[in-house]
Design a protein around this ligand. Structure first.
Ligand code: ADP
Length: 235
């Protein structure tokens, strides 16, 4: 294992009944980078993230985090944001913040409250009263307020208006430093490609392409978005 490697995936497959969601995937993720896990709906992004986060069990293959097989220990060091709204509608934002504080030892309440104030999320509001843009921003703010080295955000831009998308991208950029690794899944490539160091194209459960974003742009003479359209045109 290289010193730079955070995550190693070996021959990973996941089948749901007769549907193959991930097909013998091999992948190495380095520390200190922002990765885009790109592919249209149904390509296997959520399945892959949930396996890494320890929420789904693979059908075959291995996942190693800093050389350790998946366990409650690896699960605890990943700050994972699911794509769905998992917050109880009757809770106020401040109760969700308290829930995070109780749940995660590494949660930095002060950081979270400062971010929520900066992005104008009122902590007295009930979750059920928030717009989808505010929900999106809140989820990302909470996920990034954990002090850990590995973050996975599943479709953080989905169902979120354009202005909120900019706020979310800004939050990710500001939270990042060279000790942190962030994997972001999305099918909305144009807005986010500027912050991605590395991209992984997932197509029908297979890794179609994996590489450094800048190198791909210069080798192929087009943006990551252009490449995405080419790879997935007939998907
Ligand atoms: P993405 O996140 O890229 O949209 P998913 O990982 O959600 O992709 O889904 C990959 C494939 O696995 C899809 O064809 C989806 O229908 C299927 N799938 C996902 N979850 C289940 C499940 N619980 N039961 C059966 N099929 C599933």
């Amino acid at each position: 294992m290289s010193k730079l490697e955070l995550l190693r995936i070996e021959n990973l497959s996941k089948r749901y009944y007769n549907k193959t969601a991930l097909n013998d995937i091999n992948l190495s993720i380095e520390k200190g980078k922002i990765y885009g896990l790109l592919g249209p709906n149904g390509s296997g992004k959520t399945t892959l993230m949930k396996i890494i986060a320890g929420l789904h069990k693979q059908t075959a293959g291995n996942v190693l985090i800093s050389g350790e097989p998946l366990s409650y220990k690896t699960k605890a060091v990943i700050s994972y944001m699911p794509t769905e709204n998992y917050m109880y509608g009757e809770f106020k934002v401040k109760q969700v913040v308290k829930f995070y504080k109780d749940m995660y030892e590494d949660f930095q309440e002060d950081t979270a409250l400062k971010i929520l104030n900066d992005i104008k999320v009122d902590t007295e509001f009930k979750i059920s009263k928030l717009s989808s843009g505010l929900i999106g921003k809140l989820k990302v703010a909470l996920t990034l307020s954990r002090n850990t080295e590995f973050y996975m955000l599943d479709e953080p831009l989905n169902g979120v208006d354009v202005l909120s998308r900019d706020v979310i991208i800004d939050l990710i950029t500001k939270s990042y430093n060279e000790n942190k690794t962030i994997i972001i899944s999305t099918h909305l490539v144009s807005e986010i490609e500027k912050i991605l160091d590395s991209v992984i194209f997932l197509k029908d459960g297979n890794i179609e392409l994996h590489g450094d974003a800048e190198e791909l742009r210069s080798a192929k003479g087009m943006s990551v978005e252009g490449l995405y359209k080419e790879v997935f045109r007939n998907a």
